[in-house]
Design a protein around this ligand. Structure first.
Ligand SMILES: Cc1cc2nc3c(=O)[nH]c(=O)nc-3n(C[C@H](O)[C@H](O)[C@H](O)COP(=O)(O)OP(=O)(O)OC[C@H]3O[C@@H](n4cnc5c(N)ncnc54)[C@H](O)[C@@H]3O)c2cc1C
Length: 436
């Protein structure tokens, strides 16, 4: 691939921005990123106040990548002040037990230090801030090397450095890709048309549109857009100090909880995801399509999701379970059935690549995922990774060792979310959006 190849990246979230950064690091000089929003895109799953950074995986590929990524989070100047290491407790109730057990084995084999199994009693005695019964926290592993990153700020930083290195970012309608252009005879991808009607010609197009990918291009069921319920509670300064002593606590079935940020925002998230099956008006593809509160500011969390989040919070921090949520979000990512990424050439269209399929675990690789995408483009990616991330429409998968095995809920079957913010007299979630 020549260094002046015109490369168009659609989507400037985690995969797109990391790819743009690494392309520019390797000396490519014509890189354009299209995104509906300026970086950090307010709809990107990557734009958040915190994301977990860890190496606990039962699949050695991601455990190795996690270790590599943690080294970058610790040392790269662009992430200075954005990475924190309180350690975490990874837990499973039932369905996720094989994933957690497998993670322990893999981490030990890879030399991760300090792993410990803890019972609920041991958790409460080591972290007295945890007062709940921890019912359902059946298999628990403490990993002191895991932490969290201020995700939206990290994404913004990486996009800024990429821009300093010559990458062009285009946003708004000018960056909102609506249609891919294919040569009528060869079917080769030639570029993209955006919402403002402008055409962006390119020698190579990389689709990195996260949860929006399956409604932009037909992926034959390989990706499902799933929404995760997220909520924030505003703590007082005294409470902030008190809860600073907690680790990240993540039960793969019963939700997860972050230590508060300095501004007292305590974040919790739900582990059972939502789909929203519709026919996309633009592409005519029927699939799960993100329903975000940025696009629909009057909407809020479904009542059933909030009730479960509060029930799960009560298991860990019962004293917080009835506190008001100061911000809520449905945050969308694209899941593959086997949770491997989808980083692959498109089999039907030359010069078209996909870099997506974060499957609820992609953010931690922000510093390095682009390096592997560029390796693929340059034909240097190792065969094992190529195979795991390949186009795999129609394949059946062994799914028993995965995280997040609960069946999805369909948004239309849930209640109370439509116009909820308005009904409850709250500001829209869009206005309350925070990432720093
Ligand atoms: C609630 C939640 C919690 C998570 N927690 C963690 C965690 O703790 N640790 C972890 O490692 N991972 C976590 N993840 C997963 C991680 O955030 C995602 O895997 C990762 O962000 C996916 O990156 P992406 O680039 O594919 O998508 P995104 O980061 O969502 O970026 C997609 C981009 O495409 C843009 N876009 C979409 N459509 C178009 C279009 N038509 N034209 C132009 N631009 C477009 C969007 O604006 C966006 O900027 C979590 C995900 C969610 C939803």
């Amino acid at each position: 691939m020549n260094k002046d190849t015109r490369i168009l990246i659609v989507g400037g979230g985690c995969f797109g921005t990391s790819t743009a950064y690494h392309l520019s690091q390797r000396g490519y000089i014509s890189i354009r990123v299209l995104d509906r929003y300026p970086p950090p895109s307010c709809e990107a799953a990557a734009t958040d106040i915190s994301k977990i950074i860890r190496s606990d995986y039962n699949e050695p590929l991601y455990a190795r990548l996690g270790i590599e990524s943690i080294a970058a989070w610790r040392s790269w100047p662009m992430f200075r002040g954005l990475y924190h290491v309180p350690g975490w407790i990874l837990s499973a109730a039932n369905l996720s037990i094989p994933f957690v057990e497998g993670s322990i084995d893999t981490c030990k084999k890879l030399g991760v230090q300090g792993l410990e199994r803890l019972t609920p009693e041991q958790i409460r005695s080591r972290f007295p801030v945890v007062k709940g019964l921890l019912d359902g926290w059946n298999v628990n592993i403490w990993n002191p090397t895991a932490g969290w990153a201020a995700a939206g700020q990290a994404l913004e930083q990486m996009a800024r450095v990429a821009q300093q290195q010559g990458v062009e970012y285009i946003s708004g309608d000018k960056g909102y890709a609506r249609k891919l252009i294919f040569d009528e005879i060869s079917q080769e991808c030639k570029g993209v048309i955006c919402a403002d009607g402008a055409r962006h010609d390119a020698d190579l197009v990389i689709i990195a549109t996260g949860a929006w990918t399956p409604s932009l291009i037909d992926l034959q069921g390989q990706l499902t857009a799933k929404g995760h319920g997220v909520a924030h509670i505003q703590l007082t300064p005294a409470e902030t100090k008190h809860y600073a002593a907690m680790p990240i606590m993540d039960n793969l079935e019963l939700g997860y909880f972050f230590p508060p940020k300095e501004d007292g925002v305590f974040k919790l998230a739900h582990s059972q995801f939502v789909t929203n099956h519709q026919t996309d008006k633009n592409s005519a593809i029927t699939t799960s399509i993100p329903h975000t509160f940025v696009q629909s500011p009057p909407d809020g969390l479904p009542l059933e999701i909030e009730a479960t989040m509060r029930r799960n919070l009560r298991r860990v921090f019962p004293e917080l379970a009835d506190r008001p949520f100061c911000y809520t979000r449905l945050c969308w990512d694209a899941d593959t059935a086997d949770r491997h990424f989808l980083v692959t050439p498109h089999p039907g269209h030359k010069q078209l690549f996909l870099a997506t399929g974060g499957s609820a675990h992609g953010f931690k690789f922000l510093p390095i995922i682009g390096k592997y995408v560029v390796d693929l483009l340059e034909g240097k990616l190792d065969a094992e990774t190529v195979e795991k991330w390949q186009w795999r429409a129609g394949q059946n998968f062994e799914t028993k060792n995965l995280a997040h095995m609960d069946p999805e809920l369909e948004l239309a079957d849930l209640t109370g979310w439509k116009d909820r913010q308005v009904r409850e007299g709250k500001q829209s979630s869009k206005l309350l959006y925070l990432y720093d």
